[in-house]
Write a protein that binds this ligand. Structure first.
Ligand code: SF4
Length: 183
């Protein structure tokens, strides 16, 4: 499991001693947990949001606008739930968000830092190597790039959707993904 005591994390800007570390009060835990249940389908999200960061687990936000909520609705349509999947993130620490947005709207979370993506790929590589995945579902360009950069075992099928907050994916498109996408 990822730990800040590792060489991997010590070289990452999101490490508590790094230049992009968030104040300790924003973090209730170590890096996000990787959920491995022996599924042959791995879901890789981009990075935790603030709800995931507080909870310590990926894709758990109750916010109706979140990727997690849309995934739950999509799984419900086909009789699945998170217990049917292994779940992780391309980056396992919260990237934070700017204090304000130029358009006056609530600011969105920062995209993951490029160096953090490279460092955290070591953990992702370990997750991929330790499972027997038939399929990897990626949410967002960064997640897909990180998975592809890991160099996949032969026979692994990678399917992707744009990040749900990218503006390139309508709510309904993710919710209505067909059964074949998730199985
Ligand atoms: S983002 Fe990944 S590599 Fe960086 S500190 Fe967090 S767990 Fe470690």
């Amino acid at each position: 499991m990822p730990t800040y005591n590792s060489t991997i994390c010590r070289q990452c800007p999101y490490h508590p001693g790094g230049p992009l570390a968030l104040p300790p009060t924003t973090r209730a835990h170590q890096p996000l947990a990787i959920e491995q249940r022996g599924s042959d389908v791995l879901i890789v999200a981009r990075a935790p949001g603030v709800d995931e960061w507080e909870d310590g687990h990926p894709l758990i936000s109750p916010n109706p606008q979140s990727a997690a909520h849309r995934l739950r609705k999509s799984w419900l349509r086909i009789g699945k739930n998170r217990q049917d999947y292994d779940i992780t993130n391309a980056v396992l620490c919260y990237p934070g968000k700017p204090p304000s947005s130029p358009d006056g709207k609530p600011p969105r979370d920062n995209p993951p830092d490029a160096v953090a993506l490279v460092q955290c790929r070591h953990w992702l590589q370990g997750t991929i190597n330790s499972g027997r995945y038939r399929k990897i579902v990626t949410l967002g360009d960064e997640a897909r790039a990180a998975v592809v950069a890991c160099g996949l075992p032969s026979g692994v099928n990678v399917v992707s959707v744009p990040h749900p907050s990218s503006g390139r994916l309508f709510n309904s498109a993710l919710v209505e993904c067909p059964r074949s996408f998730w199985t």
